[in-house]
Design a protein around this ligand. Sequence first.
Ligand SMILES: *Cc1c(COP(=O)(O)O)cnc(C)c1O
Length: 360
Amino acid sequence: MSKYWSETTKNIEPYIPGEQPKDKKYIKLNTNENPYPPSPKVIEAIRKTANENLQLYPDPNCDELRHTLANYYKLSPNQVFVGNGSDEVLAFSFMAFFDKKKPILFSDITYSFYEIYVKLFGLKHKLIPLDDEFALPLNSFCIGNGGIVITNPNAPTTKYVSIESLKRIVEYNIESVVIIDEAYIDFGGESLIGFVNNYPNLLIIQTLSKSRSLAGLRVGFAFGHKDLIEGLSRIKNSINSYTLDSLALAGAKASFEDETYFQSVCLKIIDTREKIVPLLKELKFTVLESKTNFLFVSHTTINAKIIFNKLRKYEILVRYFNKPRINNFLRISIGTNDEMKILVKKLKQIIIEIEIETVN
Ligand SMILES: *Cc1c(COP(=O)(O)O)cnc(C)c1O
């Protein structure tokens, strides 16, 4: 705390990302990164750009990348916004669309950045409790609000909501902007992108960080009605003209031009996920059905925090949230097949260790 801090700085509680430790070589299953590298074509495009025009500013409108994305998703470029990671796109969206007078709705267990943006931008919010199975109660989103944010599939619960259900929420709330955060949609869900022409209040946000193996490049997108996209541009151009550097623009574009590579990585992760679920169930874990690149699991007898700490000793990092309702769960990112084999082996060992400890 410093006397020089503004009231805002004093009062914010920043987001704490999963750790990126440097001390040991951990198996990292804690931040939902992709275990596979990006397409070689992405690296090639970044190298080429690095050898060219870094003395120049990048294109502030990101026209080439927006055209590539528009073609890919069969939209027009004025329905596409790009930003420095989807966290930035989310922050801009909260600033651009959310009404200070009415509460912003999101579920009680979801991406924790939403609550931080609410506080940072002086908004109000109302948490919508997920039901006992962590399903989204659709009717609870049919109340007065200043905006809605839904992660689909949800993090960290992995729960997926059908297109039909989301469309009902978007239709009912035609007076406010409904943001669907689709950070994990490429791992088995169906995107709502095809419906942005139908609803002027629908904004879809996606990222290159998970399914496209580019967390380090920092690129996120929004798709929506051209007026929403113009609103986002107004905010962005009032803060920073160049949120994406030339290397990120080139790498992101190349990623969308290598569909075969992208599809093969997603399929590998889905395949690994489906193989590990029965193995965890054998070890008496409850595993929620996942359409993401991570699992949300709880052990029938052993406390999640204990397993988390023991895995850390074995140099495997997973994510534990010390929060009501989910403090007996672990979020485990899907790694390579080899990494997941080691995880299962260590979990077996940990369960035996704990059985011996409790007998003594
Ligand atoms: C990872 C994640 C993001 C942020 O992604 P970046 O593009 O890396 O900023 C946004 N929303 C959810 C739900 C995420 O899990």
